[in-house]
Write a protein that binds this ligand. Structure first.
Ligand code: 3PG
Length: 241
């Protein structure tokens, strides 16, 4: 009976600063690194041997998955990094402080941009390869996207458009591994995990807008061999004590 584990990356430097990350390639904070190790420790008790591990191409999920697998003693597990698991592109909000955006546009508007299924945050005007924020340069789009047609790079995404690009990964990669009875680890982002949750649990657009995914908390789905979902378990540090 296959098991799927979903983990949102540990706290990023910009989660800590209350800034929108989106496709900007931020790193884990010290807390985020600890959360990744703790996620590995929580999984240790489950006796899982992963056949395959997937992350996005953003550093915060890669730093997380490496720590999780190292804690589990399973660094040998074949890993694939895919842009399809990236965080939603947050348009003009990327790099901005959430409180400052609420002051500028109003709390309701910002919350709609953050959680609406179909409303898109305002698009970035032009696609630049890098962005400079507070004097530090971040890659916005770089070599990791070289096989993607430039026109396909998003200027903004909502839950719906994120789901559209997560769906081929879900159907072609994830389900085919689970169908073979394989245990799979996926480390992704708030909105790419929302999209996966909708696809796995058959949620409505309304229901998926309510789903919150904390950093570094393993979500286990146990399936029967015909891929009927048997059980969903969220592992927390409290449950370990
Ligand atoms: O991209 C981001 O900054 C994070 O996913 C958090 O976004 P959220 O707070 O709107 O979920």
């Amino acid at each position: 009976m296959p098991t799927l584990v979903l983990i949102r990356h540990g706290q990023s430097e910009w989660n800590k600063k209350n800034r929108f990350n989106g496709w900007i390639d931020t790193k884990l904070s010290d807390t985020g690194k600890q959360q990744a190790i703790l996620a590995g420790q929580l999984l240790q008790d489950q006796g899982l041997t992963f056949h395959r591990a997937y992350s996005s191409v953003l550093t915060r999920t890669i730093m997380t998955i490496n720590r999780v697998l190292e804690t589990l003693g399973q660094t040998y597990v074949p890993q694939e990094k895919t842009w399809r698991l990236n965080e939603r592109h947050y348009g003009i909000l990327q790099g901005e402080n959430k409180e400052a955006m609420r002051a500028k546009y109003g709390a309701d508007q910002v919350q709609t941009w953050r959680r609406s299924y179909r409303v898109l945050p305002p698009e970035v005007a032009a696609i630049e390869p890098t962005v400079t924020i507070d004097g530090r340069r971040y890659p916005a789009f770089d070599a990791r996207y070289q096989n993607l047609p430039f026109a396909d790079l998003p200027k903004s995404e909502n839950i719906h458009t994120t789901e559209q690009r997560v769906q081929p990964f879900y159907e072609e990669k994830l389900l085919s591994e689970l169908r073979r009875g394989h245990d799979v680890l996926v480390v992704a982002h708030g909105t790419s995990i929302r999209a996966l949750t909708k696809l796995i649990e058959g949620l409505t657009p309304e229901e998926v807008t309510k789903v919150e995914i904390p950093n570094g908390q393993p979500i286990l789905y146990d399936f029967s061999n015909d891929l009927t979902m048997k059980q969903k378990t969220v592992l927390t540090a409290d449950a370990k004590d």
